[in-house]
Design a protein. Structure first.
Length: 413
C-alpha cells in the first residue's frame, strides 16, 4: 500500500517546502495570510495646477473690535472714604406731636359729662412719633430734611452721629417740593459738601445714608438709575433723581452722595408695593434743595411765579375735537378766582397753546418754568377758544399756599 501512496505524497511535500522557501525569500510578492493588510490612504483633494474661473474669490476679513484686558482698577475697592466724608453730617430726626384720643360716644352726652368734669384733659391725649433723617448744610446749624418728616410736629429732636442730641427749630417748609429747613444750636458741626446735580449722570455710583426703620445710621450703595423723573404724582414740582440704592422708611430726608461723599440729592420717596425697598428710590436734586434752602432762610417762604390755572394734558382725541392737527398745548380745566389767569380773561375750556411765544409741550414742565419767573412779569399767551385763536397778556402772580386757592371749574365736564 505504501508503494501506491508515496508517489502522491512526495509531490505534495515538495510543493509545500518550495512554497515555504519562496515565501521566505520574497515576503512582499506573495500573499501572506498571517500579515495584516494596510488600510487604504484617504483620498487626496485634487489641487489644480493653475487658477480657474470656478474658484471662489477671496473675501476680506471682517473688522472686529477686540476688547482689551479687563481693568480691575477702574473703581475703588471701598467707599469708606466717601462715607467718612459725608456720614457725620447726616443726622437722625425724631419728631413727635400730641393728638387727642378718640372719646367714647357717651362722652358727648351732657348727662355723662358731669361725671368727668374733674378729669385731667391730658388723659385724653396721646403722643405720635415718627422718624426720619436730615443733612447738616452749614456751620450755622441749618439742616435740610423732608417736609413730610416734620409736618405738624410739636417737638423735633436731632441726633448726630457723634452722639450729641438737641432740639431743632423749624426755619421754614415748602410742601410743594417736600423740603424743610431746621436749625440746631451746636458747636463744631460737621458739614456736607454739595455737588452740582446738573453733572449727575446715569450709571454714577450713589450712596444713600440715613436712619431706616430707626435701626441707626446705615449706608447702602447703588447707581443713578435716571434723572429728571417727573409725573409721579408725589409733589407739585418734580425733578427727581432715581436710584437703586436701598431706601426704606426712615431714610427720608437723608443724603444721597456720590463716590467722593458730596451731596447729590435729598432722599424723599420710594416706589414700593410692599413698603420696603424695591430698587426704585427718588431724591430731590442738590441744586434744587440748595435754592429752596436759600429762599426759606432769607424770606421764610419760597416765591414762585403763578398763572392761577389747573391744566389738563391734551390727547390726540381732544386735540381733534378742538380742531387742532397736533396735541400741542394744554386744556384750561380750572381758573383760580381772582388769580392772574382770571384777570387776563382765561376761561375753563380754553386751550393754551403757548406762553411767552414758547410752545407748550408738557404741562408739568411748563408749570416748573412758570415757577421760576418773577411775579409781576408780563407774558403773552396764545389761546384757542371756540375754534378761534386769541392773543392775551397775563401778569405773573405769586403762587399762594394750596389752601388759599379756589378753582372756578365752569365748563369742566
Amino acid at each position: 500500500m505504501h508503494r501506491y501512496v508515496l508517489p502522491y505524497i512526495w509531490p505534495i511535500v515538495t510543493g509545500v517546502l518550495l512554497a515555504a522557501f519562496l515565501l521566505f525569500l520574497f515576503p512582499d510578492h506573495l500573499p501572506n495570510p498571517f500579515r495584516s493588510t494596510p488600510e487604504p490612504a484617504p483620498p487626496q483633494a485634487m489641487v489644480p495646477t493653475s487658477q480657474t474661473s470656478t474658484e471662489a474669490p477671496e473675501r476680506p476679513r471682517p473688522e472686529i473690535r477686540q476688547a482689551g484686558p479687563l481693568d480691575r482698577n477702574q473703581g475703588p475697592a471701598s467707599y469708606a472714604d466717601a462715607v467718612d466724608q459725608a456720614a457725620p453730617a447726616v443726622v437722625n430726626i425724631y419728631s413727635s406731636r400730641i393728638v387727642e384720643r378718640d372719646q367714647h360716644p357717651l362722652m358727648s352726652d351732657p348727662f355723662f359729662q358731669q361725671f368727668f368734669r374733674g378729669d385731667d384733659p391730658t388723659a385724653h391725649q396721646r403722643m405720635l412719633s415718627s422718624l426720619g433723617s436730615g443733612v447738616i448744610i452749614s456751620q450755622d446749624g441749618y439742616v435740610l430734611t423732608n417736609h413730610h418728616v416734620i409736618n405738624d410736629a410739636d417737638q423735633i429732636q436731632v441726633a448726630l452721629r457723634d452722639g450729641r442730641e438737641t432740639l431743632a427749630d423749624v426755619v421754614g417748609t415748602d410742601p410743594e417740593s417736600d423740603l424743610a429747613v431746621l436749625r440746631i444750636d451746636l458747636d463744631d458741626l460737621p458739614v456736607i459738601e454739595l455737588s452740582d446735580s446738573q453733572e449727575v449722570a446715569v450709571g454714577d455710583v450713589a450712596l444713600a445714608i440715613g436712619n431706616p426703620f430707626g435701626v441707626g445710621q446705615t449706608v447702602t450703595m447703588g447707581i443713578i438709575s435716571a434723572t429728571g423723573r417727573s409725573h409721579l404724582g408725589l409733589n407739585a414740582y418734580e425733578d427727581f433723581i432715581q436710584t437703586d440704592a436701598a431706601i426704606n422708611p426712615g431714610n427720608s430726608g437723608g443724603a444721597l452722595v456720590n463716590a467722593e461723599g458730596a451731596l447729590v440729592g435729598i432722599n424723599t420717596a420710594i416706589f414700593s408695593r410692599s413698603g420696603g425697598s424695591q430698587g426704585i428710590g427718588f431724591a430731590i436734586p442738590a441744586n434744587l434743595a440748595h435754592s429752596i434752602l436759600n429762599e426759606l432762610v432769607t424770606r421764610g417762604r419760597v416765591i414762585r411765579g403763578w398763572l392761577g390755572i389747573e391744566a389738563q394734558a391734551l390727547s390726540r382725541e381732544l386735540a381733534a375735537s378742538f380742531g387742532l392737527s397736533t396735541p400741542q398745548g394744554v386744556i384750561v380745566a380750572g381758573v383760580v378766582s381772582g388769580g392772574p389767569a382770571a384777570k387776563a380773561g382765561l376761561q375753563p375750556g380754553d386751550v393754551l397753546l403757548s406762553i411767552d411765544n414758547q410752545a407748550i409741550l408738557d404741562a408739568r414742565a411748563t408749570m416748573s418754568d412758570i415757577a421760576s419767573i418773577a411775579p409781576g412779569t408780563s407774558l403773552p399767551l396764545t389761546v384757542v377758544r371756540n375754534g378761534e385763536s386769541i392773543e392775551l397778556t397775563l401778569e405773573v402772580g405769586e403762587r399762594p399756599t394750596p389752601t388759599e386757592m379756589t378753582l372756578d371749574r365752569r365748563g369742566e365736564s
